[in-house]
Design a binder for this molecule. Structure first.
Ligand SMILES: Nc1ncnc2c1ncn2[C@@H]1O[C@H](COP(=O)(O)OP(=O)(O)OP(=O)(O)O)[C@@H](O)[C@H]1O
Ligand SMILES: [Mg+2]
Length: 365
């Protein structure tokens, strides 16, 4: 059952259209990430779900009820903002209890709810401290606790981990996944960090310029990106995209000719873009010559920057320990099953026909 639905939603601010044709159906209990670059409309979408902004057109429903005109307090949602805005003069316990106190919940019940949230978030030893005496991650957990005690149907989280350092982020990421698993509540999670979306979400809504680009599982957005934008936005480093020409059983660019199985693509001869992820560019054998320009050692792998004869730059990911030197000329291969073709426009659609052939296991980071 759909729990949260946006139907053909548009949002304009004056003459500026921030969101258009937005269609998203979120299932009950699902963890959905809204992912996209700065300004693409993620927070605006979330604020409309929360009732803090109203759609200019279209329909928003929560739990089968149209909520376009329903006030935030009556939507059975809890929102955690990027800046978690705790009350500095209140203790952790009072901060967590605040939404219940405002609602007139009796003291005993409040204490029990705070205790439960504190256990879940491992905040028990900190209940009497003030926010200023907490680390960023602890403050973050208090903000989550404050949302939790309301026991809403839907959690809305706007970049809740963005103020944390890398180590704490990855810790809190795991905590949130675990929390979602235990609570089974619907969560809508805004982030511009694709790793966060990939690791946490059941499905990812990839947005760009106020439009939904693709709404699918992490596996699908990675292995079957709908268009060039999704292909370049998902994955680190980005998918290589090479402009060239499709002719018969080959893709060509300058002196480079790559054989293709045309049955895998619904594309006509002519200009197109070949996409290959760095892990599918292998160095050592092959029919394309390239020069090594840069080798970055991340510890567990090497990111190799290559230049084709005409200067086109490519990235390859290879296992650590390979002996590669800058200036060296090597032969490279594009793994045939991992080749994507896209229409040549900036937002060109993916032209592969098969659903699964390009699936390659994603490596951990
Ligand atoms: N109240 C407003 N008035 C005018 N324009 C607005 C308003 N709120 C948002 N916008 C514009 O709408 C667009 C989407 O903004 P939004 O805050 O949703 O982006 P975002 O995807 O959350 O970006 P970020 O990752 O930077 O937080 C932006 O171009 C922004 O400038
Ligand atoms: Mg935002």
């Amino acid at each position: 059952m759909a729990d949260v639905t946006l139907k053909n939603v548009r949002k304009s601010f004056g003459t500026f259209t921030a969101l258009e044709n937005l269609d998203i159906e979120i299932r009950s209990g699902e963890f959905v990430a809204l992912l996209g670059p700065s300004g693409c409309g993620k927070s605006t979408t979330l604020r409309m779900l929360a009732g803090l902004e109203f759609p200019s057109a279209g329909e928003i429903s929560i739990d089968g009820r149209v909520v376009n005109d329903v006030a935030p307090g009556k939507r059975d949602i809890a929102m955690v903002f990027q800046s978690y805005a705790l009350y500095p003069h209140m203790t952790v316990g009072q901060n967590i209890a605040y939404p219940l106190r405002k609602r007139g919940v009796p003291k005993d019940e409040r204490a029990a709810a705070v205790q439960k949230a504190a256990e879940l978030l491992q905040l028990e030893p900190l209940l009497d401290r003030k926010p200023a005496q907490l680390s960023g991650g602890q403050q973050q957990r208090v903000a989550l606790g404050r949302a939790l005690v309301r026991e809403p149907k839907v959690f809305l989280l706007d970049e809740p981990l963005s103020n944390l350092d890398a180590k704490l982020r990855s810790y809190m990421r795991a905590e949130l996944i675990e929390l979602h698993r235990r609570l089974g509540k619907t969560m809508v999670y805004v982030t511009h960090d694709q790793l966060e979306a990939m690791t946490m979400a059941d499905r990812i809504a990839v947005m760009h310029g106020g439009r939904l680009q693709q709404f699918d599982t992490p596996d699908a957005v990675y292995n079957r990106p709908a268009n060039r934008f999704v292909a370049s936005f998902i994955g680190t480093p980005s998918m290589n995209q090479i402009e060239g020409t499709l002719a018969g059983d080959t893709f060509t660019r300058g002196a480079m000719t790559v054989p293709l199985d045309r049955a895998r693509f619904a594309a006509e001869d002519g200009p197109c873009v070949m996409g290959v992820r760095p892990e599918a560019v292998t160095i050592g054998t092959g029919h394309v010559a390239a020069t090594i320009r840069l080798v970055e050692n991340t510890g567990h792998e090497l990111i190799v920057s290559l230049a084709l004869e005409d200067g086109t730059r490519l990235l390859s990911r290879v296992e650590a320990g390979r002996r590669l030197s800058i200036g060296q000329t090597v032969q490279i291969t594009f793994e045939p099953d991992a080749i994507h073709l896209f229409a040549p426009e900036d937002d060109g659609a993916r032209l592969n026909t098969d659903e699964d052939a390009s699936v390659i296991p994603m490596r951990s980071h």
